[in-house]
Design a protein. Structure first.
Lengths: 305, 356
């Protein structure tokens, strides 16, 4: 340690934490330090942070309404300028404001899909790995079947059946997203389930449910979190693809994929209408990919290459 | 299209461990898994077909039909049978390739698929070819000069490939290379002037036109396919180069590489003949997986380039609530995807002696 670390740093980095909270906070701090050493991961974190910020303060940052049309005679399809920073679309709406509000949808899709798919994957994977036997074989067979499915085409068919809309798109993506988490959670559970501390809990009379929820799931969380983060770009791209095909969010919702589909008709002359939302999707996906790579290296050194 | 980041090197040893059954056992296990997975696919499409809010009987008879007609048609379509019986009928039809008639084209769906699928195969094959021919050497150089500028470039190419929406990149490519620069032909498979000049034999336009000696058609087809194929090729390249790099880095860390170097073999020989050869089998599975992903990803690309393939067929049917066509198309693309996916697994087991 260099000359006199501050008391806070000392508290965070001590090798002998006095409480469970201190150990947890200290561990999080160490992980963050490892992440912070990785400039591309930090770039990813900044992009994701910016997305959250923009989504939270969209009404304050927006200069126009994202949905109400402007003057259709004079303000249609304007190029980027001082009034409309990123130009206007065919309904004379400000693309910049629509982009800001669209970030809310992107964030909502990512969060909701993770919230639905992660618990399913965790439950199936940990139960499968912990109990083993025929239950393991059946559950893993189902997982393998879903893993072998084409995700986009299935999501398409699901949305076609349920009807277009952002909610159904989220459900469709979540249904196809969980299998990798189940496989991962199972693999982790297999390495944990015969540990001494699990035996100790069992000898103390801890039920299987308690062991799974309190001891196995928390240890699976970090690797599953990394995997979920890495998948978020894919989730965003699939949702945008569904929007582009007219199956996700419906107009006039400012969803980025839908915006590209609308701008497509004016591609040859007013290219910015389609180009700008695409850049937004690209930047945000890139952010999640960079962050995911960095998290994998920081939290899960085994898996990094 | 989202390339699955889970298909990484770490996933491969797991496959290796799954079964060490020998040749016959491997093939039998493969066929069993294939059958179960395809059955699962049929179940899922059946369930999807059941939850559709559109009443299929009304779609046929219209809303002015009498109750008697409605009941008759309902019985004809087998919708009065118990669900399990309906599924049995559906399963038999799916296996024999009878997906019903498309409302949109009025052809049997299977005939439509026969017309459209070759265009998709042509596109995906060319894309995979581009991706492999460029991606493998790129990955090799990135691994050999790990940390160099070239390695960084390969990493960026990969990251962009995993992050960019394919349909948007397609639109931008059309804008630049077709509208602004006029280097390539626009959307579609051929200029209208060349339509119907070639009799479809294989359905692959490039092959058919060459076989019939229609060189001008061939070159026109090339100028149409080059942009979408390059686009798919880029996504394939992003995945293949990243995997090649990782696989080769694994091999270069092995002791036999040191031995080969100590023996005085040239570096090129060590890399291309020894290390790459040992990475060849997992690499083959990577290429097959990438091919499967391109078949699926063609749904978005084909829409952008008005490419008359199965992807366009599915999406245009979707927009017209033509569920027979949607489910038939999904089943065929799904079956192709599942089969390729599992074949890559089988190849791994059969070709790599270490898995026996």
């Amino acid at each position: 340690m260099a000359a006199g670390p501050s008391p806070l740093t000392a508290w965070l980095t001590t090798a002998e934490p006095q409480s469970r909270t201190q150990a947890r906070v200290g561990h999080a701090y160490q992980s963050f330090r490892r992440l912070a050493r990785n400039p591309t991961a930090m770039a990813g974190l900044v992009i994701v942070g910016l997305l959250v910020f923009v989504a939270a303060f969209a009404p304050l940052l927006a200069t126009h309404s994202p949905i109400a049309s402007g003057d259709l005679r004079t303000e249609r399809l304007l190029p980027p300028g001082p009034v409309f920073w990123l130009g206007t679309d065919d309904q004379a709406r400000d693309i910049y404001s629509r982009l800001l509000y669209g970030s809310r949808l992107t964030l909502a899709v990512v969060i909701l899909v993770s919230i639905i798919a992660t618990p399913i994957g965790l439950a199936i994977g940990t139960v499968s790995g912990y109990f083993g036997g025929w239950l393991d074989r059946v559950l893993m067979r189902i997982t393998d079947i879903f893993l072998a499915f084409p995700r986009l085409v299935l999501a398409l068919a699901f949305v076609a059946a349920l009807g277009p809309g952002i909610e159904n798109a989220i459900i469709a993506i979540a249904i196809t997203a969980w299998p990798p988490y189940a496989r991962l959670a199972r693999a982790e559970t297999l390495t944990i389930r015969n540990s001494d501390f699990i035996h100790a809990v069992r000898l103390q009379g801890g039920s299987s449910l308690r062991i799974l929820l309190k001891h196995i799931v928390p240890l699976c969380l970090s690797s599953v979190t990394v995997r979920v983060t890495l998948d978020m770009a894919g989730i965003i791209l699939t949702a945008a693809g569904l929007g582009f095909l007219g199956l996700g969010a419906q107009p006039p919702t400012p969803e980025w994929g839908t915006m590209i589909a609308q701008g497509r008709r004016f591609l040859m002359d007013q290219w910015w209408v389609a180009a700008v939302p695409g850049i937004a999707i690209f930047v945000v996906s890139l952010g999640f990919n960079l962050l995911g790579d960095g998290l994998r290296d920081a939290l899960d050194p085994k898996a990094s290459r | 299209m989202s390339l699955d980041p889970g298909l990484t090197v770490e996933a491969l040893p797991e496959r290796r461990g799954r079964a060490a059954l020998g040749f016959a056992g491997g093939v039998a296990g493969f066929l069993l898994t294939l059958a179960i997975t395809l059955f699962g696919l049929v179940v899922v499409t059946f369930v999807i077909g059941r939850v559709v809010p559109i009443d299929p009987v009304l779609a046929v008879v219209g809303d002015r039909a009498s109750a008697a007609t409605y009941q008759r048609v309902r019985a004809e379509m087998g919708l009065d049978l118990p669900l399990i019986e309906q599924f049995r009928v559906y399963l038999v039809k799916a296996v024999t390739g009878d997906f019903g008639r498309s409302v949109l084209t009025t052809n049997p769906v299977i005939e439509d698929i026969r017309t459209y699928f070759p265009a998709t195969i042509e596109l995906a094959t060319l894309g995979t070819l581009i991706g492999t021919l460029i991606g493998v050497p790129l990955g090799v150089f990135a691994a050999v000069r790990s940390g160099s500028v070239l390695d960084q470039i390969v990493r960026i190419v990969g990251l962009v490939g995993y992050s960019v929406p394919i349909f948007w990149l397609g639109l931008m490519a059309l804008l630049l290379f077709y509208a602004k620069l006029d280097w390539v032909a626009g959307p579609g498979r051929l200029d209208i002037a060349y339509d119907y000049l070639v009799t479809p034999v294989t359905g692959l336009l490039l092959v058919d036109s060459l076989m019939q000696g229609q060189l001008d058609v061939f070159w026109n087809a090339i100028s149409h396919i080059v942009l979408p194929a390059a686009l798919l090729g880029y996504f394939s390249l992003a995945y293949i180069s990243r995997m090649t790099r990782a696989l080769l880095l694994n091999e270069l860390a092995q002791e036999y590489v040191v031995t080969a170097r100590i023996k005085g073999l040239s570096e090129a020989r060590v890399i291309w003949r020894h290390a790459l050869r040992n990475a060849a089998v997992p690499l083959l599975t990577v290429v097959v997986l990438s091919y499967a992903t391109l078949l699926e990803g063609s749904v978005l690309t084909e829409t952008v380039f008005s490419w008359p393939g199965i992807g366009s067929y599915i999406t245009s049917s979707l927009q017209n609530a033509d569920m027979n066509a949607v489910l038939g198309g999904t089943l065929v693309v799904g079956a192709a995807f599942v089969t390729l996916n599992l074949v890559s697994d089988l190849l791994y087991r059969l070709l790599d002696p270490r898995t026996r």
